[in-house]
Design a protein around this ligand. Structure first.
Ligand SMILES: Cc1cc2nc3c(=O)[nH]c(=O)nc-3n(C[C@H](O)[C@H](O)[C@H](O)COP(=O)(O)OP(=O)(O)OC[C@H]3O[C@@H](n4cnc5c(N)ncnc54)[C@H](O)[C@@H]3O)c2cc1C
Length: 551
């Protein structure tokens, strides 16, 4: 059973904590209690040697010799995935400074007052949320799907990434492992046929498309109805928020998503700046909650069949879908976001999925255990990826073209990177090549000033160098800036066809709105995307109430 370890030097307090934990979690976790940081480190070292699973360590802040924060900071070295909670006493102001510093440096996941009565449900709420996050990252729960594929096969990586981002619990067998070969044999398949997706229901898909996987899991791949009040393209934070507000305010709404509910946010291991989540929230968890919320209000979701055209027709709009089908909406919200910019190094493009990854390292992080991971990029997403990888990799190098991170990365991330002993930052450099035998093994990195090229070993390359909008499928009538981002409101006036002014989030096509990262001038944050998605619904209502609007 995974271990929950509690550490407190006050005997009465330790006894009470231990009883509280044992009575609530004893059936599923091994509860261990000890009275000093030293004893705790000895237990953790022993557990590590015996491959013991540690889910959670709770430590009182004020203990002699070693404080709770100091102990918890060291837990990361021994058990990188264990969650760490700092215990404090109610009203103890002396813990304020250590809590703020430890949170900024990523040394604890959360703090909480010790339980003051039993059962203290507030205390348990924090604990179960933390244990839930541990299980989510660890995997190995119920497996709705089993994927059998090559470890370094691009499509096998993509499928696992999609299942993770869409919150589908799955197991993975390499197609050259004993379990993988036995499963293939049972199904009468061969590894060369491509990745295999076997569902709990008995369905077996060979080298499937995203839509085929979605369909087998019971998701609509075509809109169930022909016409809607509102069509939303994209189910990132902006599109999901628009769906919640649209359906909750009476609009028949369909959302089209081509890849993963949650969009880019679903690739973020920990979003720390979204209001209401003081300890941060993983992008997948946040997206899952908003998806559920929209679904319970009645939003219809269509997966894996992206919008490929938009045309005005009789006062409404018709979206053409990839499979040739069409759907009509009285108004349209474009929330297509943006996708990662490519490195443009041909020899590395061939290794995408085989050590080279665009976007954050959610699926592949564990595979970096003991290796050297390289992150390219100087923004917040690169900073988060480096810190997430540092839980597993022996060393993480962040490569940036500029001479400083100050302008591109939030200060709290810079502080955490400075404090992480296994993360180094190399300034003024760029990746110019690399390769390996069937998978990435080394990179060639050039110093931009001297021109010198050095070779460095790399088990994984994670590229997070900004994004480009998904707008190539839209008609020319929709005004864009020179990078392709959609013009809205005052910016849309230059080619606006009507006498009335465009609404603030309306594009150059009346009744077509743009929200989130796809919009020119957007802030490129989860909260602002959610804000725009929510507020655009008011404007959709205003538009639909206009005399000429489609009925
Ligand atoms: C790794 C990473 C970490 C981040 N961390 C943070 C953070 O900590 N805090 C923060 O505030 N922000 C963070 N961001 C930025 C944040 O995620 C984005 O600003 C936000 O997701 C934008 O939301 P969106 O809905 O506008 O677009 P997106 O999230 O890009 O979603 C757009 C969706 O539209 C879909 N789509 C596109 N075209 C079509 C089409 N034609 N048909 C159907 N579907 C389509 C895409 O598949 C995608 O799912 C991070 C970004 C990344 C990549």
């Amino acid at each position: 059973m995974p271990v929950v370890l509690v550490v407190d030097d006050e005997a009465d307090s330790l006894r009470a904590l231990s009883q509280e934990l044992e009575s609530r979690y004893g059936a599923h976790y091994r509860i261990l209690a000890c009275g000093s940081a030293r004893a705790a480190l000895a237990i953790l070292t022993e557990l590590r040697a015996g491959n013991g699973d540690v889910a959670l360590v709770l430590a009182d802040q004020w203990m002699p010799a070693t404080s709770g924060v100091e102990l918890l900071a060291r837990v990361r070295e021994l058990h990188p995935t264990a969650r760490r909670g700092l215990l404090i006493s109610w009203g103890d102001r002396s813990t304020v400074a250590p809590i703020i510093a430890a949170t900024a440096l990523g040394q604890i996941e959360f703090y909480l007052p010790k339980p003051s009565w039993s059962p203290d449900e507030e205390f348990h709420l924090a604990l179960t949320a933390s244990l839930g996050e541990w299980w989510r990252q660890r995997g190995g729960r119920y497996e709705a799907v089993t994927v059998i594929g090559g470890e370094n096969q691009a499509r096998s990586h993509e499928i696992r990434d999609l299942l993770t981002r869409n919150s589908v619990p799955f197991g993975f067998h390499r197609n050259d492992s004993a379990a993988g070969l036995a499963a293939l044999d049972r199904l009468g398949l061969r590894a060369e046929q491509g990745p295999v997706v076997a569902l709990h229901s008995g369905a077996v898909l060979v080298d499937p498309t995203n839509a085929e996987v979605g369909q087998a899991l019971g998701v609509d791949v075509r809109p169930p109805e022909r016409t809607y009040d509102l069509l939303i393209v994209g189910a990132g934070p902006a599109g999901l928020a628009a769906a919640v507000y649209g359906t909750s305010e009476g609009l028949r709404t369909a959302v089209l998503e081509r890849e993963a509910f949650g969009g880019q946010a679903g690739t973020s291991s920990l979003i720390r700046n979204y209001p209401g989540f003081p300890w941060g929230v993983s992008g997948v968890e946040l997206a899952w909650r908003v998806y559920q919320q929209a679904w319970t209000f009645g939003t219809q979701f269509v997966y894996g069949n992206p919008a490929t055209s938009l045309a005005a027709a009789g006062g409404s709009y018709v979206l053409g879908l990839q499979d040739g089908s069409e759907v009509t909406g009285r108004a349209v919200v474009i929330a297509g976001g943006a996708s990662y910019r490519r490195l443009g190094v041909p020899e590395l493009e061939g290794l995408v999925g085989a050590g080279v990854f665009y976007g954050a390292a959610t699926v592949q992080a564990q595979a970096m255990s003991g290796g050297h991971a390289v992150v390219v990029g100087g923004g917040n997403s690169a900073g988060q990826a480096a810190l997430h990888l540092s839980r597993y990799a022996r060393q993480v190098s962040v490569l940036v073209r500029s001479r400083s991170l100050a302008e591109s990365m939030s200060d709290y991330l810079i502080q955490q990177i400075d404090a992480a002993s296994t993360v180094d930052v190399r300034y003024g450099v760029e990746v110019v090549g690399g390769g390996g035998d069937g998978r990435l093994e080394f990179l060639r990195v050039r110093d931009r000033l001297s021109g010198d090229v050095e070779s460095m070993p790399a088990a994984g390359l994670f590229v997070l160098i900004g994004a480009e909008p998904f707008t190539e499928w839209l008609p020319d009538r929709l005004g864009r800036d020179r990078w392709g981002y959609l013009l809205t409101g005052p910016d849309a006036r230059w080619s606006w066809p009507l006498e009335r002014a465009p609404l603030p989030l309306e594009t150059t096509m009346p009744g077509v709105f743009a929200v989130g990262d796809v919009r020119h001038g957007s802030v490129k944050r989860v909260a602002s995307a959610v804000g725009e998605g929510s507020m655009c619904i008011h404007q959709v209502h205003q538009y639909l109430a206009l005399p000429h609007a489609p009925g």
